[in-house]
Ligand binder design. Structure first.
Ligand code: FMN
Length: 207
């Protein structure tokens, strides 16, 4: 039995295109892997707080030296990292907001990117991601059509998430996009169809 960690970031609780395609992924995945477990975090219903001064102190103080205050300040990060490390597949669904990721997703990222836990740094060898042996599927929804070469320079969402996942050690990542959700209905329907086909293909390939 494997564990799928699902992170949803759209502010829309109804009518979200990224969530719709992530639902499709989850349904298809569970058809193929009925014994798998899904751990879901809806970042709108259950927002992750921003890191604070004490969180950062906790991140850079060895856990063995944490007093009660630092233990409290890092408890949520510990829990979110445990969720990530104990999962086999990470499914993120996210819209583009203002060319990048929603702040609720960034708040989650800031809690889970932690030295000694999810990455290490060595002055001689540089950074090493510690989130090894996992796969990721990222579903994005954008109002504009970023597969149009004239728009690609404005897309700070996919490149950011790709870099982040690679930095953490998740090199096996698969991106599925729904485009044109506010500007081009035909493009949106086409990309939804392509997204479902890509998911079907992915699930067969990884079965
Ligand atoms: C606050 C806000 C900012 C947005 N910024 C962008 C943007 O920079 N580029 C873009 O293509 N679409 C932008 N959109 C449109 C969303 O990406 C689009 O509606 C997407 O479908 C939202 O995801 P969802 O359907 O999963 O909720 C923005 C929407 C909102 C609400």
């Amino acid at each position: 039995m494997a564990r799928l960690l699902r992170i949803d970031a759209s502010a829309r609780l109804h009518g979200s295109h990224s969530r719709e395609i992530a639902d499709y992924f989850q349904t298809r995945w569970l058809q193929q892997h009925p014994d798998d477990e899904v751990v879901a975090r809806n970042l709108l219903r259950d927002p992750v707080p921003h890191i604070e001064d004490a969180t950062i102190s906790g991140f850079y103080t060895p856990a063995s030296e944490h007093d009660a205050g630092l233990k409290t300040a890092t408890a949520l990060s510990d829990q979110l990292i445990e969720e990530l490390m104990s999962s086999d597949l990470l499914l993120i669904s996210t819209p583009m907001y203002n060319f990048s990721l929603p702040s609720v997703l960034k708040a989650w990222v800031d809690q889970i990117v932690r030295i000694g836990y999810t990455f290490n740094f060595d002055p001689d060898t540089g950074f090493t991601g510690l989130v090894q042996g996992k796969r990721a599927v990222v579903v994005t929804a954008t109002g504009a059509v970023f597969s149009n070469p004239a728009m690609s320079a404005f897309n700070y969402l996919d490149p950011y998430l790709r870099t982040l996942l690679g930095f953490l050690g998740i090199t096996d990542s698969h991106f599925v996009s729904v485009e044109g959700t506010t500007t081009d209905e035909a493009a949106m329907e086409n990309s939804k169809r392509a997204a479902r086909e890509a998911i079907d293909h992915y699930i067969l390939k990884t079965a």
